[in-house]
Every structure is written in C-alpha cells, then in structure tokens.
Design a protein around this ligand. Structure first.
Ligand code: DX5
Ligand code: ZN
Length: 240
C-alpha cells in the first residue's frame, strides 16, 4: 500500500534544526597560556568561548573581570558567551558589553522577580550587549524565568552548582529543558556543568542546543576530536 503523506513521519515536526553549538569553558584552560589555548580551541572547532565570571559572593570562587575579557576578545575571532556568576549584574553590564561579550547571562537567583529581571535585561541591552541570557541553578525551579522568556535570547539551565569545573552532571535538571521546549520556548537553551560524551546527547535530546564543556574539552588528549564527538553525539541524539 502506498504511503500517504499523513502516514509518513514528518521530520520537520520532530527535528530541531537550530544549530548545535559547542562552547569550551575557559575555566579549564591553562590561564598562563590563555591566548594559545583560545586560538587552539578555535582551530579545533569551538563555536563560541564560554567565559565564567565569578565574584566570590554568588559563588565561592573568583575568576576574571572585564579587563581580562577585553584581552580575550582581542585575541579571538569567535563570539564570547559570558556567564556572570555575580551578585550585581546590572553594575557590570557596560564594562562587559565594552569588553566584547556577545551573550551576557545573569542568574535568576540574584534577580528574583520578573520586574527586576526585566530591569537587568534592559540594562544589558541598553549597554549594547547583542544577546541576553538568564540562568537557573539546579535547585531553582524553571518557573522562576517563565515571565521573561519572550525577552531573552538564551536560557542557561545549570547542570551543576556553579563555582567549579569538573563536577558531575545532575540529570534531574533535564525536565527543565523539556518544560521550556514544551512551552514553545524557541530561543537558545544552554546547559553547563558536567557535560561529556555520555551526558551531552541527553542534553540535546531534551532540547538543549548550546552546550558548554570545560574539562571534557580542555582535558581531552585530542581537543579537535573531542569537540567533533560531542557535536556528533548531540546531533544524533536529537534526531533519534
Ligand atoms: C561552573 C561553570 C562551568 C564550568 C564547566 O561554575 O559555570 O562553565 O566551567 O566545567 P565542566 O564542563 O568541567 O563541568
Ligand atoms: Zn559557566
């Protein structure tokens, strides 16, 4: 019997056609050789650099600020995805915009209501940041960002408690990604923390497309091969 159009699977209904992006987190690079590390990772096929900014208050660790991000920008050609793990993101909107952030992401835990989230989003856009993201920690319900989904370019679903690289992936956050897609959120969904060859396909299958990997990429013996494997695993998972 000939297949009717109706009886065939419709790939366009099941396949997410947004690009998969692999973002090595520079937290796992050799900071004394940062320029070489960054250009090497670009040549190895990274889509964007993920830049972790920590203030020692929101998270129990310190990393880098706007001057270092500006130096990174000067020696890279791919976009910088700047993840602000800081208590006062509004105060740093302009410095990070000037430093060259392409995506600037703040945490919902420091901006609890839609009203203040909106003010921060506006501050970022007014500062000239091309794209704005909002992040949720593993113990923050995804509903915390529900009212601003139309106003952000990216939602970052943390799959570890932020502060350090090399932690284990928390699969219990995956339903947040599914919730966002089920609700029709069509922007970028980023996952960050514990992504590796085993966990990245699970992120993509749930609907994430912007995949941060620190130790899994920088710690790999062949970084080019690792980025390619992560990408292939993600692409295969979301078309299964
Ligand atoms: C954690 C950071 C992550 C971290 C990821 O606070 O936000 O970006 O570098 O590192 P891995 O991939 O090693 O878990
Ligand atoms: Zn991060």
């Amino acid at each position: 019997m000939a297949h009717t159009v109706e009886s065939r699977p419709t790939p366009s209904a099941t396949v997410n056609r947004a690009p998969i992006r692999i973002l090595p987190s520079l937290l796992s690079c050799d900071f004394a050789r940062m320029a070489d590390e960054l250009s090497g990772i670009e040549a190895a096929g990274a889509d964007w650099h993920h830049v972790d900014v920590m203030d020692g208050h929101f998270v129990p660790n310190l990393t880098i600020g706007p001057p270092v991000v500006a130096s990174i920008k000067a020696c890279t050609t791919i976009p910088l995805d700047v993840h602000l793990m800081i208590e006062d993101p509004d105060a740093f909107a302009e410095p990070f915009a000037r430093a060259g952030a392409h995506v600037l992401t703040f945490h919902a835990e420091v901006r609890l209501t839609a009203e203040v989230q909106r003010a921060t989003i506006r501050a970022f856009r007014d500062a000239g940041v091309p794209q704005v993201g909002i992040a949720v920690n593993p113990d923050t319900p995804i509903e915390a960002v529900a009212d601003v989904l139309d106003e952000v370019d990216l939602v970052l679903v943390m799959s570890v408690f932020p502060g350090f690289g090399g932690q284990s992936f928390m699969p219990e956050v995956l339903p947040k990604v599914e919730w966002l897609r089920a609700r029709g959120y069509a922007g970028m969904i980023e996952m960050d923390g514990g992504l590796n060859l085993e966990t990245t396909p699970r992120c993509a299958a749930a609907g994430a497309d912007t995949l941060v990997a620190g130790s899994a990429v920088y710690g790999a013996p062949d970084r080019r091969a690792r980025i390619a494997e992560l990408r292939a695993g993600a692409l295969a998972a979301r078309t299964e």
